[in-house]
Design a protein around this ligand. Structure first.
Ligand code: FAD
Length: 304
């Protein structure tokens, strides 16, 4: 008898595991948008939701406040992003301990971008964690956290080669990382080829594809250029001539994202991480297509 397959299916009979990424809000207006999005997405029972850390540690307090509110007011499992940038080991450890005390058990550990901005050389903070693998080890020393790290199917822009980048991922796994989340990509073959290479290198943690539903093509393309993700010509062609046509752009965006995730699921992917940009609608629709349904019994966000 052949073993039963628990792979997800496009008809939703076996749904995928999803997680959602948010950024901490800067203004009251943004705060309202964020919490409305969390309220809409929470009943889908994501595996976890993560909150980013601003470049140079600029959102330290806001990240912490958002994560804490998630712990206190929702049934979601938050993951706090944390970088090595602009802080001593002691300061970073303090943040980690405060997360542990607040009941947070998942950290997304990153090196962070150079203080001088993308394109400048990265200089570790004197007395700080030099590389992400050191940060991962430091976090694991403090508590039995679930530690996610980044992975780059098209290599990190500073890496000399994809192999060197996979070596860096191996160092993070050896230090205790339990999951990797990829930089976004638009060509699924790129991700699947990368996955083969990672597995061949003996890395066996989940490598969860990071999905960026393109809400604004120009913005996504510029973001991709900065992060080393390629933008296929077919994707640009799909959004061509729609700069002033928001409605059609939204429909194309939904179709493009649906096509990407359904193809990934058909090819065996069981977990997806969505870069929500704090917007729920498109991500909610894609999750619905994947068979996820709001669970009425799942408490979303406690009334304020
Ligand atoms: P790393 O894995 O640390 O790699 C960075 C570079 O160093 C690569 O060139 C790598 O090859 C090299 N390297 C790594 N380890 C070693 C080693 N042991 N020896 C030699 N070389 C090594 N940025 C933020 O500021 N805040 C966030 O919240 C945030 N969240 C992110 C979430 C995800 C899923 C991803 C993919 C990225 C995120 N970033 C975030 C961006 C990230 O901080 C930048 O890409 C940064 O430039 C690199 O940090 P890293 O941890 O991704 O890379």
């Amino acid at each position: 008898m052949s073993p039963v397959s628990f792979r997800p299916s496009r008809d939703g009979a076996r749904p995928v595991k999803v997680s959602f990424e948010f950024f901490p809000p800067k203004t009251e207006e943004m705060e309202k948008t964020l919490w409305a999005s969390i309220e809409r997405l929470a009943p889908l029972s994501p595996h976890f939701v993560s909150v980013t850390y601003g470049a140079g540690g600029s959102t330290r307090e806001r990240t912490h406040a958002t994560v804490k509110r998630l712990v206190e007011e929702t049934s979601l499992k938050p993951a706090a992003h944390l970088t090595c940038v602009a802080a001593t080991r002691g300061e970073v450890d303090e943040v980690v301990r405060s997360y542990w005390s607040a009941g947070v058990r998942h950290i997304v550990a990153l090196r962070g971008d150079p203080v001088g901005g993308l394109g400048t050389a990265y200089e570790p903070h004197p007395g700080g964690y030099a590389q992400t693998c050191d940060l991962v080890a430091g976090i694991r020393r403090i508590g039995n956290f679930d530690v996610s790290v980044s992975a780059y199917p098209e290599k990190h822009p500073e890496s000399p080669s994809l192999d060197a980048d996979i070596d860096a991922l191996k160092a993070k796994v050896d230090a205790g990382a339990t999951r990797a989340i990829t930089q976004f990509f638009f060509d699924n073959d790129v991700y699947l080829r990368y996955l083969d290479k990672v597995r061949a290198r003996g890395i066996d943690i989940p490598i969860v594809p990071g999905i960026l539903p393109v809400q604004n093509f120009k913005q996504a393309a510029s973001f991709a250029t900065r992060t080393g993700a390629s933008v296929p010509a077919w994707l640009a062609a799909r959004f061509e001539g729609l700069d002033d046509d928001v409605e059609t752009r939204r429909m194309i965006a939904a179709a493009v994202a649906a096509e990407q995730v359904i193809d990934l699921v058909d090819r065996g992917v069981t977990e997806l991480h969505f870069y929500t940009m704090n917007r729920a609608d498109l991500v909610y629709a894609i999750c619905h297509l994947l068979g996820l349904r709001a669970r009425p019994e799942a408490p979303a966000v406690a009334a304020a």
